[in-house]
Design a protein around this ligand. Structure first.
Ligand code: GLU
Length: 433
């Protein structure tokens, strides 16, 4: 039997992290078995469906590298099919019409279906007396459209979230009534937040798009999502691309809810950032900075590569370039009030900064070794502790108490900016004695 799976989002919101993982597990399963991944858009509820969400789903799947083999297929364009199958059930006397709706009466019984992860699940149908298949406005209900489509699309495995377990026995009854063979079901566990509550909008980011904007790399995000409930075995954590496809095993997905762990995601992302070829990293950073208007479109590529190289091992997410490292691009930089208070207000600080400025202005080459030598020479001659000069210089040049290695940072900023910042700090920020 050839593997055919589907991902069936409703365009009623942005693509949520939980749905993204469902899509990913389906896609990995399909690729692993050289099968097909079908994208079906469940948009029968026209009032709640929105083209903007459709676009978000497309963009988010593309970001994750998930490409559909078939589709998108829109349920809103298949109304005639659902009517035809409802008619068939009507002819067979299996459903009744009630106030314009088509209703499937359910006799009390137990329904058992096999779930790839949970084993056999048995449900007593006295919980639901009847199922509405077609609403009085002529649109199908989710359960009916889902069964008709999964059957007609010859879906072999229905892989979806645990939150649909309650729907499956109803769908099993519909498969039987329609005379369709059952697919294999696999209900994958929900993702919960740190407090084990269902991941919801109240707890920070929930859509893939938000994570993309913060600056998670697609391969890191995919790696993280797949580890929510599955692991490649051993102590291995980093896995991507073809290797991930080969290793992925749906049957080994854990049954328990998976807890979303932001720190783990950050750690994984920093691992991928470290391994990103420098030109790609620089291009990713530039894209953000140009969009923000902090870099011209014809920015100096060599200069940006030096910044990317300096930050490569320090960034957890790309967004940090606009936060901790904005001082590379802003003139004057934003000065942290506390750092100014702590390091620039001391006696003699202004004089020391101006003296260093003077010495740096005379350097033949404004490179890391020369900047360092000039700074250390001043420290020695004035019999200072290094930190008495280095801390104020760091604040003067970067506006911050913590920065990447100072001399390298100064070399990259360049002579003109460093001199002007030292002067600004000495004359406008330090207390002059
Ligand atoms: N449109 C449903 C959802 O987004 C699909 C559920 C299913 O996969 O059957 O939850």
């Amino acid at each position: 039997m050839s593997v055919r799976v589907r991902f069936a989002p409703s365009p009623t919101g942005k693509l949520h992290v939980g749905s993204a993982r469902t899509a990913l597990f389906n896609w990995l399963f399909a690729k692993h078995h050289r099968g097909a991944f079908v994208l079906r858009i469940e948009d029968t509820d026209q009032k709640r469906s929105n083209p903007a969400f459709l676009q978000d789903i497309d963009a988010s799947l593309a970001f994750l590298g998930i490409v559909a083999d078939e589709g998108p297929i829109f349920q809103s364009q298949r109304a005639a099919l659902y009517r035809e199958h409802a008619e068939r059930l009507l002819q067979a006397g299996q459903v009744v019409e009630r106030e314009g709706a088509v209703v499937f009466p359910v006799a009390p019984q137990t329904v058992t279906f096999a779930d790839l992860l949970h084993g056999d699940i048995t449900v007593d149908t006295s919980l639901f007396e009847s199922l509405v298949l077609m609403k009085s406005d002529g649109t199908p209900t989710y359960n009916f459209a889902c069964v008709v489509d999964d059957a007609l699309m010859r879906i072999s495995h229905v892989i979806r979230g645990d939150d649909h377990i309650a729907n499956t026995p109803k769908q099993v009854l519909l498969y039987r009534a329609l005379g369709f063979p059952l697919p294999v079901f696999a209900h994958i566990p929900l993702i919960v937040g740190v407090d084990r509550a269902r991941l919801s909008k109240r707890f920070g980011a929930t859509s893939v798009d938000e994570y993309r904007q913060v600056g998670y790399l697609p391969e890191a995000f995919v790696n993280y999502l797949v580890l929510l409930g599955w692991s490649p075995g051993g102590n291995r954590e980093l896995i991507a691309g073809q290797e991930l496809i080969e290793a992925f095993d749906l049957a080994k997905v854990r049954k328990a809810a998976a807890q979303f762990d932001q720190r783990k995601l950050d750690w994984l992302n920093s691992q991928y950032l470290k391994r990103t070829p420098l030109p790609r990293l620089a291009a990713l950073l530039a894209e953000r900075l140009v969009a923000k208007g902090w870099l011209p479109a014809d920015y100096d590529r060599t200069w940006l590569s030096r910044i990317a190289a300096l930050l490569q091992d320090r960034l957890r997410v790309l967004e940090e370039i606009e936060e901790e490292h904005a001082f590379f691009f802003r003139e004057p930089p934003d000065y942290e009030g506390e750092a100014v208070e702590k390091y620039l207000r001391g006696d003699g600080v202004a004089e020391r900064l101006l003296e260093l400025r003077e010495r740096l202005s005379r350097l033949a080459a404004f490179d890391t070794p020369q900047i360092e030598a000039a700074t250390r020479a001043l420290v020695a001659e004035r019999q200072l502790a290094s930190k008495e000069l280095i801390h104020p210089v760091r604040v003067a040049v970067t506006g911050r108490e913590v920065s990447p290695p100072l001399f390298e940072t100064m070399a990259i900023l360049g002579k003109a900016k460093v001199l002007s910042r030292l002067e600004h700090a000495a004359t406008a920020l330090a207390r002059r004695s």
